[in-house]
Design a protein around this ligand. Structure first.
Ligand SMILES: C[S@@+](CC[C@H](N)C(=O)[O-])C[C@H]1O[C@@H](n2cnc3c(N)ncnc32)[C@H](O)[C@@H]1O
Length: 397
C-alpha cells in the first residue's frame, strides 16, 4: 500500500515514533518487505531544482506553501517514474524530508532535492515535476527554460552498464537535461582524476544572478562526502545479521524492524552526533540484508542525509548537508572517523554575496587535515554568479 493510501484510509497508519508533527509517517508495509542481495550501485544521482531564490520570493501566483502544496499522491507518482518508493517522511514548518527505497527527497517551499541511487532514473522526474508544478503551484511556463537554478551531479558509477540508457553516461544525461533547461546557459564539469575517481557536476542558472540581496536571500551551500572501501568493521554495523537474536521480543516478519534498527545503528555509530545544532530530528532505516539510510532535519530548515552500502566489493557511503553552522573540520572528521573509508572525496559548492566572503568559506575547508589520510587532489573552480566549487580527494595512509 502506498503512503498516500495509508494516509487517507488505513486505520493501521501509525504516526512516526517520537514525532510532534502530524505530517510525519512511516510506510510500514514497504519497510518490512525490502530486500536486495545483488550488487548495488551506491553512488547517487543528485538533482536540485530551485524555482526562486527563497521561500519569501516565490514566482507570481504561487500558493504560499509553494512546492509543499503538491499532494503526497503527486510525489508518489513522480517517484514511480524514477523507480523508487517512499519509506517514511519527517517534516518541519519549512520542509519535508522523505526517506526513499533508494535514498532521499527533500521538498522545501521553493526548491526540491532528489537524490537516488541503484538503477533509478532520476532524470525521469523532470516531466512529472513540470506537470505537478503546473497543476498545483500555478507554474505558468510550458517548460523549465526560465528556471531560477538547477544542479545535477553524481560520482563516477560503479556499474554504468546496468543503468537505463539515459544514465549510462554523462553525455546522455546532458542531452536529457538540455530537453528541459536552456543548453546555452548550461555549465558542465568533470572534476577529479579520470583514472581513479571523479565527480560530474552540471549547473544551470540561466541568466539569473542572485536577485538583490535582502534578509531573506538564501545563499546556496552544499557539502558532500562520497566514500568508498568502507572499513569492514564499520560496514559490519550495517548488516542485519549482526543483530539476529539481539531483540528476542521483536518479530522481523511483522514489525518495522527497518526503522527501529536504523535508529539503533545511527546511535551506535554516533551518526546522530555528526551535526552540532540547536535542534535535530532524525529518520533512519536499516535495509535487509544490509544497508542504511538516514535523513535529518536541522533547525527546521537545513538537512543532512547519510546513505551506506556496506557490501564488500562495492562498499560506498555518502554524506550531504546544506547546514551552514558549526565547524566543517569537526563535521568531516566525525563522518570519516565513523566510516573509515579507504578513499573519499568531498565536494563543497558555495554561493556568496561577493568573492571575499566566498574565499573565507572555502578557506575553512581547503586546508583541512584528516587524521590517517593524505590528500591527493585539490581542485577549485570559480564559477559564474559568485559560485565556487572545492573538490578534495583523500586516500587512507
Ligand atoms: C542504503 S541504500 C542507499 C544507497 C546509497 N546511495 C549508498 O549506497 O550510500 C543501499 C543499501 O541498501 C541495500 N538494500 C537492501 N534492499 C534495498 C532496496 N530494496 N533498495 C535499495 N537498497 C537496498 C543495498 O544492497 C545497499 O547496501
Amino acid at each position: 500500500m502506498t503512503p498516500s493510501a495509508i494516509f487517507k484510509d488505513d486505520q493501521t497508519f501509525s504516526e512516526y515514533e517520537g514525532s510532534m508533527h502530524d505530517l510525519d509517517f512511516v510506510n510500514h508495509k514497504l519497510s518490512v518487505n525490502l530486500d536486495s542481495t545483488n550488487a548495488f550501485e551506491g553512488p547517487e544521482k543528485l538533482l536540485e531544482i530551485w524555482f526562486s531564490p527563497s521561500s519569501d520570493d516565490l514566482p507570481d501566483g504561487w500558493p504560499r506553501d509553494g512546492l509543499r502544496h503538491i499532494p503526497l499522491s503527486g510525489i508518489e507518482c513522480m517517484l514511480d517514474d524514477v523507480n523508487c518508493k517512499i519509506l517514511s517522511k519527517i517534516s518541519s514548518p519549512d520542509m519535508d524530508a522523505y526517506l526513499l527505497s533508494e535514498s532521499s527527497l527533500f521538498v522545501f517551499i521553493h526548491k526540491m532535492i532528489l537524490k537516488t541511487c541503484g538503477t533509478t532514473t532520476t532524470l525521469f522526474s523532470l516531466e512529472p515535476i513540470l506537470k505537478l508544478v503546473q497543476k498545483y503551484c500555478h507554474y505558468s511556463a510550458a517548460d523549465f527554460r526560465d528556471i531560477y537554478r538547477v544542479f545535477y551531479s553524481r560520482r563516477m558509477l560503479m556499474f554504468p552498464d546496468r543503468q537505463n540508457d539515459v544514465h549510462k553516461c554523462w553525455h546522455n544525461e546532458m542531452l536529457w537535461l538540455d530537453k528541459y533547461f536552456p543548453a546555452c546557459t548550461a555549465d558542465s564539469y568533470i572534476v577529479g582524476n579520470l583514472v581513479t575517481d571523479h565527480w560530474h557536476f552540471y549547473m544551470n542558472c540561466g541568466n539569473h544572478a542572485h536577485s538583490p540581496i535582502n534578509s531573506s536571500t538564501e545563499l546556496d551551500e552544499t557539502l558532500e562526502i562520497l566514500m568508498t572501501d568502507i572499513d569492514s568493521h564499520s560496514a559490519g554495523v550495517f548488516e542485519m545479521c549482526q543483530y539476529s537474536g539481539k531483540f528476542p521480543n521483536m518479530n522481523p516478519e511483522t514489525e518495522d524492524y527497518g526503522h527501529i534498527l536504523g535508529k539503533k545503528m545511527m546511535h551506535l555509530m554516533q551518526l546522530d552526533k555528526i551535526i552540532d545544532a540547536k535542534s535535530v530530528k532524525h529518520d533512519a532505516f536499516a535495509f535487509t540484508p544490509c544497508g542504511f539510510s538516514s535523513n535529518t532535519i536541522i533547525e527546521d530548515k537545513y538537512y543532512c542525509t547519510l546513505h551506506i552500502t556496506p557490501e564488500r566489493g562495492w562498499s560506498y557511503a555518502s554524506f550531504e548537508t546544506n547546514y551552514m553552522g558549526g565547524s566543517k573540520q569537526k563535521l568531516i572528521n566525525k563522518v570519516i572517523q565513523a566510516l573509515k573509508p579507504g578513499k573519499f572525496f568531498l565536494s563543497f559548492v558555495k554561493e556568496s554575496k561577493n568573492p571575499n566572503s566566498l574565499n573565507l568559506a572555502i578557506d575553512q575547508i581547503r586546508d583541512i587535515s584528516i587524521q590517517g589520510y593524505r590528500r591527493d587532489d585539490r581542485i577549485i573552480y570559480d564559477m559564474k554568479f559568485n559560485y565556487c566549487l572545492l573538490y578534495c580527494y583523500f586516500v587512507k595512509k
